[in-house]
Design a protein around this ligand. Structure first.
Ligand SMILES: N[C@@H](CCC(=O)N[C@@H](CS)C(=O)NCC(=O)O)C(=O)O
Length: 245
């Protein structure tokens, strides 16, 4: 199946019985979450990429929210990254990701909710047009990273939030972190780099995460994200960037 993004007017690629499908966008961090969970659990799946600037009507019929990711299998459709990740973990029970301890699960939920603050200030920083706002936004992102540094350190386990193995939160947080180095490059601002002296626990987490096979199977390097974000910030994202066919 093509990796190219389906646009308005395209023909719906028919689904097959029992085949799990993810509607995705190659550079979307929320879709990245679902692809990480699918790869972690070695679940076979097919990908249908969606052009988010020109959505096919058939996609809006499947997911009226118009967002990606959405998972589809037979008559089931799940239209949110966290809901999809949890459903996958509950149905495909190999390599469990959610903590079995309810208290730990609750604590991880708090960490998950906080991601929107971190990623929100990252996006504000990327979009900022004057140096003062940029620095304020960078300081904000650092403050949010400090939160994670302290939480991870306080667990006294590591290298992952899940301890010696990654848990659901590790995988749900990673896509936002993988995109973070884009900021220092695009804004030519070294203050946006993560200093290993100030963030030792977080830095060790990043190193451990990068070794996971599911990460290697899903992401892009910083230069590729920079290329995508340049178009995205100009409102002309190229969803088919680097695709040859
Ligand atoms: N809460 C949703 C957010 C998904 C989301 O915002 N995806 C973006 C792409 S990164 C999207 O689909 N944007 C298109 C739109 O909102 O029209 C989730 O976790 O799945």
């Amino acid at each position: 199946m093509t990796q190219k993004a389906y646009t308005q007017g395209s023909t719906f690629p028919p689904t097959k019985p029992d085949v799990l499908r993810i509607y995705s966008m190659r550079f979307c961090p929320y879709s990245h979450r679902a692809r990480l969970v699918l790869n972690h659990k070695k679940i076979p799946f097919e990908v249908v990429n969606i052009n988010l600037k020109s959505k096919p009507d058939w996609y809006l019929a499947i997911n009226p929210l118009g967002t990606v990711p959405a998972l589809q299998i037979d008559d089931k459709v799940i239209t949110d990254s966290v809901a999809a990740a949890e459903w996958l973990d509950d149905v495909y029970t190999e390599s469990r990701l959610q903590p079995s301890d309810p208290y730990r699960r609750a604590l991880d939920r708090v960490l998950l909710e906080y991601i929107s603050k971190f990623y929100g200030s990252f996006r504000d920083a990327l979009k900022s047009t004057d140096p003062t706002t940029l620095q304020t936004n960078i300081e904000e992102t650092k403050k949010h990273l400090q939160f994670y540094e302290e939480k991870l350190k306080a667990r006294g386990e590591g290298p992952f939030f899940g301890g010696s193995k990654p848990c659901m939160f590790d995988l749900l947080f990673w896509p936002m972190v993988e995109r973070f180095p884009v900021l220092a490059v695009m804004k030519e601002s070294p203050t946006a780099n993560i200093d290993a002296d100030k963030f030792p626990t977080f830095t060790a987490w990043v190193q451990a995460m990068k070794e996971l096979p599911e990460l290697k199977a899903t992401g892009f390097d910083t230069d590729s994200y920079v290329a995508f974000f340049r178009g995205y910030l100009k409102e002309t994202p190229d969803y088919n960037l680097f695709l040859k066919e």
